[in-house]
Ligand binder design. Structure first.
Ligand SMILES: NC(=O)c1ccc[n+]([C@@H]2O[C@H](COP(=O)([O-])OP(=O)(O)OC[C@H]3O[C@@H](n4cnc5c(N)ncnc54)[C@H](OP(=O)(O)O)[C@@H]3O)[C@@H](O)[C@H]2O)c1
Length: 302
């Protein structure tokens, strides 16, 4: 349902945030985006395309003081954070944003969660998710309604960043039980669900969506059908062996981003961060695409 109230998007130059802004504009909703000073090149061009569709831009940066950010938020009633970064942004920056939103008179905040079920995980399971839970605790006293949108893993990440699929070698490598169901959604569909939530005055609490719930075995079959290629499904070890591998890698580097993909996989293949139920049916206007259709477009040519 579309309302006349304005949404403020932070991260509109990013992968997800740009598509959230676009999905809101598709619904005819007024949107203002915070853009960092000095944004240029492809990001500026993408913003200009959104601007031509009605996006309002305001310059600012998350470390800006709350009164400056509050002025940028202006008359927006819902603030969506789709930022990505370290704890200074995900924890401290999002707290600043919440304080600014309160000061500016906004009513709702959608944090930069967009993940597997972060409510079911514990400290140490995944350091990037730890920051999101720390942020939620730090702004837990807010007067705003906080609505967390969770989408499982992006299809884009499942066939790319996660390192599961090696297109050159023709392998799909997984840990744990090949029949464990996993939640996944494309970036575009996550954006469409987020826009639907933002425009739903009844939305509250944590909202869980999945474009598909697929086991690794079915994921592998979908990729084979999509590409017409024969891909080998390789089991790398048990979930416990994956945990040991994460510990081993953590001992070799100061940079946790080098093993965060494995932490995401562990949270998924153990079933620990699996959604217990989905909220897709609340927004039947969003018709998420299948992994197979996505891969038909996105997989590299053999
Ligand atoms: N479930 C999944 O599989 C999955 C995968 C990837 C991401 N995600 C989640 O999706 C969300 C967005 O991630 P993304 O991949 O879209 O991120 P991204 O492409 O890296 O974009 C990050 C955005 O944050 C903005 N930003 C960074 N620092 C900022 C600051 N100090 N002040 C204001 N804006 C700032 C960036 O602006 P500039 O352009 O100015 O740098 C950019 O617009 C995150 O919560 C992330 O964890 C989920």
């Amino acid at each position: 349902m579309t309302t006349a109230s304005k949404t403020f998007v932070v991260g509109a130059t990013g992968l997800l945030g740009s598509q959230i802004a676009s999905a809101l504009l598709d619904q005819g909703a007024p949107v203002r985006a915070l853009v960092r000073p000095g944004t240029k090149g492809d990001k500026r061009a993408a913003l200009a395309a959104l601007e031509a569709r009605g996006l309002e831009l305001v310059e600012g940066d998350i470390p800006d003081p709350p009164q400056k950010l509050a002025a940028a938020i202006g008359d927006a009633t819902t603030v969506i954070s789709a930022v990505q970064g370290g704890p200074e942004l995900i924890v401290d920056g999002q707290v600043t944003l919440v304080r600014a939103a309160e000061r500016g008179g906004a009513r709702r905040f959608i944090p930069s969660d967009f993940a597997i079920d972060i409510t079911k995980l514990e400290d140490g399971d995944n350091f990037m998710i730890d920051w999101r839970r720390q942020a939620a605790t730090a702004y837990g006293d807010t007067s705003l309604d906080v609505i967390s949108v969770l989408n499982g893993a992006f299809y884009e990440v499942m066939i790319g960043f996660m390192g599961i699929v090696d297109w050159e070698a023709g392998t799909v490598a997984h840990w744990g039980d090949a029949d464990q169901p996993l939640d996944m959604t494309s970036v575009a569909d996550t954006a469409a669900f987020t826009a639907a939530v933002a425009l739903d005055p009844q939305a509250k609490g944590t909202q869980r969506f999945a474009g598909e719930v697929l086991s690794m075995r079915r994921f592998h079959q979908a990729l084979e059908r999509a590409t017409g290629r024969s891909l080998a499904l390789k089991r790398l070890g048990t979930a416990d062996e994956l945990r040991a591998e994460i510990t081993r890698r953590a001992g070799l580097t100061q940079n946790p981003f080098e093993y965060v993909g494995l932490q995401y996989q562990w949270c998924m293949v153990t079933g620990k961060a699996k959604f217990d139920s989905l909220d897709n049916d609340k927004y039947p206007q969003v018709k998420p695409g299948s992994l197979e259709d996505f891969a038909r477009e996105a997989a590299p040519e053999a």
